[in-house]
Design a protein around this ligand. Structure first.
Ligand code: ADP
Ligand code: MG
Length: 550
């Protein structure tokens, strides 16, 4: 009995864009279908590893692709987990993939041709309609005894679901693509072969194209570093992220004690935000003895290292571990601690050996990285890796470490001073800066709202306390002589004081309870007045408090 379903609105929207784009990136349809086949095989292997009974257990795990030039079809089979009828209707009728959502979002924000950006996203199954005018998906679940079902659609408004009469797979999925006339280049074996080489060489299951094996690359992260070329790393990075650019940096870690694991991680050249990734989605792919256990496991890295992309493979976890127990797992925590230490060490080395490269890292990923002030165990190292613009620099592009600030500090100085401001211009205009400039004391400029929390929480580095410039009393700076004597505030005569008393009284009357007090200040020379806090909190902190108390 056949049944027709309408696609959900967002799928129709996606399909419309896919079928109307300029087709600069049509080849990624194969990457998407092969990656789905690989996911399905991963799921099957995971089920088997847990000791679950599956249908046709003797079937080998693999992907088989064939071309029929006469019929103008491409067929992709996998012996993976398959789908029940219900799963089929759910999975291929809605948008399962957040990649598609991000793609739609990016499209709505930019005026670019979809074809140009489609390759950067995992747009998923529906991308097949870039080259197909009809697609049949016949699938049989590895679980239970439900017969195979076929899904058919022309990718316009609806799809049909029919019980499969003949040619049903014993287990897994068979996708038959009816190739559009203007896409017949994809009926060439040579063409498909080069696409598979480019996008799918790291798929961990054998892929056969017309009976010939195309992918032979091993699990790269388990190979010795010395045997891996830069190109292989880059290819793997692209495989993982769809980012065609070189990664900013590559970390390949092998550890034997206290836990055994291999980790291959990359620092991308672009911040995650640029792609509109949601903050919540990050992590490393977790493998146990080459079996994928979980995509983007968040427990493997702290959030402040969420810019990392990569995989972890360990021998020390049981294959049948459940996702729930993973979260609490002490081994995973150990792995996280080790990766964190190694990444921080790596960044420290980079900062020492190539400051420009490190500053590039900071400018790209610093926004996320600075939330590492929570990481108590690595506090000192983390603090060394912070960078700020400061009054020492010529322009807004300068960056200093706290360490370098301290080296420039005055002999009597025991504090690192900072000012929070939306920009360098604003910081320079801040009246609180005056007295520091006068005394030749360097002040860090904090441009990110979170920076103040960073400084507040870290509190100090070595014996230097972090102090907001505006909370410093002028007297405490008496130890530091003015740089330019002539600019020193003139002593006030008695007559002056009287005049000021009158002025202050008038101001208090006008300002009323908007202020706690109005006082004469010794800290100013160029500016007539400054807003100061009475209880040591900075004005931006107070602003935040007010918002939170509302
Ligand atoms: P994603 O792979 O990101 O989930 P897709 O659009 O590529 O999104 O696929 C949608 C869903 O359809 C998958 O999550 C999966 O459940 C199902 N699916 C697609 N292809 C297969 C397949 N070959 N075998 C089993 N399930 C599949
Ligand atoms: Mg997919």
């Amino acid at each position: 009995m056949s049944q027709t379903f309408e696609f959900k609105t967002e799928v129709r929207k996606l399909l419309h864009i896919i079928t109307h784009s300029l087709y600069t990136n049509r080849e990624i349809f194969l990457r998407e279908l092969v990656s789905n086949a690989s996911d399905a095989l991963d799921k099957l292997r995971f089920a088997q590893a847990k000791g679950e009974a599956v249908n046709a257990p003797e079937l080998e795990l693999g992907i088989d692709i064939s071309i029929d030039k006469e019929a103008k079809t491409i067929t992709i089979r996998d012996t993976g987990i398959g789908m029940t009828r219900e799963e089929l209707v759910d999975n291929l009728g809605t948008i399962a993939r957040s990649g598609s959502e991000r793609f739609l979002k990016e499209l709505s924000e930019k005026q670019e041709d979809p074809g140009n950006i489609i390759g950067r996203f995992g747009v998923g199954f529906y991308s097949v309609f870039m080259i197909a005018d009809k697609v049949e998906v016949t699938t049989r679940s590895a679980r239970g005894d439900e017969a195979a079902t076929t899904w058919v659609s022309d990718g316009l408004g609806s799809f049909e679901v029919i019980p499969c009469e003949e040619g049903a797979p014993e287990r897994g999925t068979v996708i038959t693509i009816h190739v559009k006339d203007e896409a017949d280049e994809f009926l060439e074996k040579f063409r498909l072969q080069s696409i598979l080489k480019k996008h799918s060489s790291f798929i961990p299951f054998p892929i056969q194209l017309e009976g010939e094996r195309v992918n032979t690359t091993p699990a790269l992260w388990r190979e010795p570093k010395s045997s891996i070329t830069k190109e292989q790393y880059k290819e793997f990075y692209t495989h993982l992220t769809f980012d065609e650019a070189e990664p900013m940096d590559t970390l390949h870690i092998s550890v034997d004690a206290p836990v055994q694991f291999n980790c291959l991680a990359f620092i991308p050249n672009m911040a995650r935000d640029v792609f509109g990734f949601d903050r919540e989605r990050y992590g490393l792919d977790l493998y146990v003895r080459r079996v994928l256990i979980q995509h983007e496991n968040k427990d493997l890295i702290p959030e402040y290292l969420s810019f990392l992309k990569g995989v972890v493979d360990t021998e020390d976890l049981p294959l049948n571990i459940s996702r729930e127990t993973l979260q609490e797992n002490a081994l995973i925590r150990k792995i996280q601690q080790t990766i964190t230490k190694q990444v921080l060490n790596h960044l420290e080395k980079l900062a020492k050996s190539d400051a420009d490269a490190y500053n590039r890292f900071w400018n790209t990923h610093g926004k996320v990285f600075r939330i590492g002030y929570h990481d108590y165990a690595n506090r000192e190292k983390f603090t060394q890796l912070l960078r700020f613009n400061s009054s020492h620099h010529e322009d807004k592009d300068g960056l200093t470490s706290v360490e370098a600030y301290i080296e420039r500090a005055k002999p009597e100085q025991k504090a690192v001073y900072y000012i929070t401001a939306p920009s360098r211009e604003a910081a320079k205009l801040n009246p609180h800066l005056e007295i520091f400039t006068r005394k030749g004391l360097e002040v860090l400029f904090l441009f990110e709202p979170v920076d103040e929390f960073v400084m507040d929480n870290l509190h100090k580095y070595k014996e230097f306390e972090f102090v907001a410039a505006e909370t410093v009393k002028a007297e405490t700076l008496d130890a530091f002589p003015d740089m330019e004597q002539e600019k020193k505030a003139e002593e006030l005569s008695e007559g002056d004081t009287k005049t000021f008393d009158d002025l202050i009284e008038t101001m208090k009357t006008i300002l009323g309870d908007k202020v706690t007090d109005v006082r004469i200040s010794r800290r100013l020379s160029g500016s007539p007045a400054v807003l100061a806090s009475t209880d040591g909190a900075t004005s931006s902190m107070e602003r935040l408090m007010r918002i939170m108390n509302k």
